[in-house]
Design a protein around this ligand. Structure first.
Ligand code: UD1
Ligand code: CA
Length: 448
């Protein structure tokens, strides 16, 4: 059955007290909304629709970066969750299949839970995800009878008897797309908030003779983010789980509490990470690699046997082949480093290719930017770049070539050649001593 994902993300998130829309606040290195989208993506949906409102421009841009195929429905006024889903209707025209509604501010829903909801859909027209709430508070209450869901009542509209119910609504809902939109068209605003409640579709469905049921999950999965304190708590929860999962996968984490992982960090078995280390999004570390302390990695790949850090920075597009060594105070960006190459001290290497077994001396810099354009530096295999070489791109260094330390290389160096581009050394015997004597005499004269 094809699936359309509808992610509600139009709310302002007033309690974040922020100019940034709530769903764009980062959690585990990616916007909050990316988490619900990732859980939904595991179901391989045919359609992904994000309903945006507050900060729609920024949300649209962020969503495109997360999933270029996702589409945006605009809800310019937030009139309630049913109204939000209704904004997706034009985009769902002609779609035949199940629609699954998720909240953009609820990051911990697991794909397995969504699968269970889809399975329950075989026997019921509408499936709602519920949970046993420790403190039901403001949550909508699920009113069931004989294993079926009768209706959902919002806390504001509930009687004391209904408020005593602890089975609560997570907000995640699944129904045939056409049926869902049809049910929503009957939702009104006769309630304490004067909003179009998505939750009202249950009573409407039941009145039409359609069946509805509840699938439950642990409360932790339905945790929604409303404040910065909740965001910080969610981050801590994510990190604790991600570290535990990495350890179960056979990764050695030294000083684990100081290792920050991103939503998609992938680390292979028997890799060693010595904290503190920060992983931004898009990092893969192969089995047997070592990441030493105080390193920062994002959008990069580290192959087997490679050693990174301490104090290394790998930026997007850094691709390290097997047994590469990246040492202290080295920054690598958009560069492929072939097997066994070493860049061990104080370097900036950007927009480059380093051939296998090449050694890049301390302080080497690829001068890749002319103020307007970025240029490429190509270094062959088994090259020796002398310390403090400036490689003014675009430039090519052939295989097994060498540069003298302190060189400013502005022209290509052919294979096997030695290039030295610096002033020749002059030695003046006795000159230093005579110079110092003159200075000291001047100082003595000053003192009088
Ligand atoms: C909603 C449910 C409640 C449930 C709770 C779980 C309804 C009427 N109530 O209440 O039963 O227990 O979630 O957290 O559905 N949104 C829009 N456009 C709108 C309104 C909301 O996009 O017009 C989005 C919000 O950005 C948010 C989500 O929908 O991501 C939920 O909205 P919110 O106002 O937080 O609903 P609750 O009152 O918490
Ligand atoms: Ca909420």
């Amino acid at each position: 059955m094809p699936i359309a994902l509808i992610v509600l993300a139009a709310g302002q998130g007033t309690r974040m007290n922020s100019d940034l829309p709530k769903v764009l606040h980062p959690l585990a290195g990616v916007p909050l909304v990316a988490h619900a989208m990732a859980a939904g993506a595991a179901l391989e949906p045919e359609q992904v629709i994000v309903v945006a409102g507050h900060g729609a421009g920024a949300v649209t841009k962020a969503v495109a970066a997360i999933n270029p195929e996702a589409r945006i429905a605009i809800q310019s006024e937030q009139k309630g969750t049913a109204h939000a889903v209704a904004q997706a209707a034009p985009l769902l025209e002609g779609f035949m299949g199940d629609a699954l509604v998720l909240y953009g501010d609820t990051p911990f829903i697991r794909p397995e839970t969504l699968d269970a909801m889809l399975a329950a859909r075989r026997d019921h027209a509408v499936v709602v995800l519920g949970f046993e709430a420790a403190t039901p508070g403001r949550y909508g209450r699920l009113i069931t009878a004989g294993g079926l869901l009768e209706r959902i009542v919002e806390a504001k509209d509930a009687t004391d008897a209904e408020l005593a119910v602890t089975l609560c609504n997570s907000g995640v809902i699944c129904a045939d797309s056409e049926t869902l939109l049809n049910l929503i068209s009957d939702v009104g605003t006769q309630n304490a908030s004067g909003e179009y409640y998505l939750t009202d579709i249950i009573a409407i469905a039941r009145a039409r003779g359609l069946s509805a049921t509840v699938v439950t999950c642990p409360e932790a999965e339905t945790l929604g983010i409303n404040t910065r304190a909740e965001l910080a708590a969610a981050e801590a929860l994510f990190q604790a789980r991600a570290r535990a999962l990495a350890q179960e996968d056979g990764v050695t984490l030294v000083n684990p509490d100081s290792i920050i992982l991103a939503q998609d960090t992938a680390i292979g078995r028997d890799a060693v990470v010595q904290g503190p280390v920060v992983f931004g999004p898009g990092v893969t570390v192969e089995s047997g690699a070592t990441i030493r302390p105080f390193s920062h990695l994002e959008g990069c790949h580290v192959s087997q046997g490679a050693v990174v850090g301490p104090f290394a920075r790998l930026r997007p597009g850094a691709e390290l082949a097997e047994d590469v060594h990246i040492g202290n105070f080295v920054e690598i960006k958009n560069t492929i480093v072939d097997q066994g190459a070493k860049i061990n001290h104080l370097s900036y290497i950007g927009d480059a290719h380093i051939g296998e077994a090449s050694n890049i001396g301390a302080g080497t810099i690829t001068c890749n930017y002319d103020g307007v354009f970025k240029h490429h530096t190509d270094i062959g295999a088994r090259v020796f770049i002398g310390s403090n070489t400036m490689l003014v791109a675009p430039v090519r260094i052939g295989d097994e070539a060498m540069t003298g330390s302190g060189s400013v290389i502005t022209a290509d160096v052919p294979e096997g050649a030695l290039a030295v581009a610096r002033a020749r050394q002059a030695v003046k015997p006795g000159l230093a001593r005579r110079f110092f004597e003159k200075l000291r005499a001047a100082k003595a004269a000053q003192k009088g």
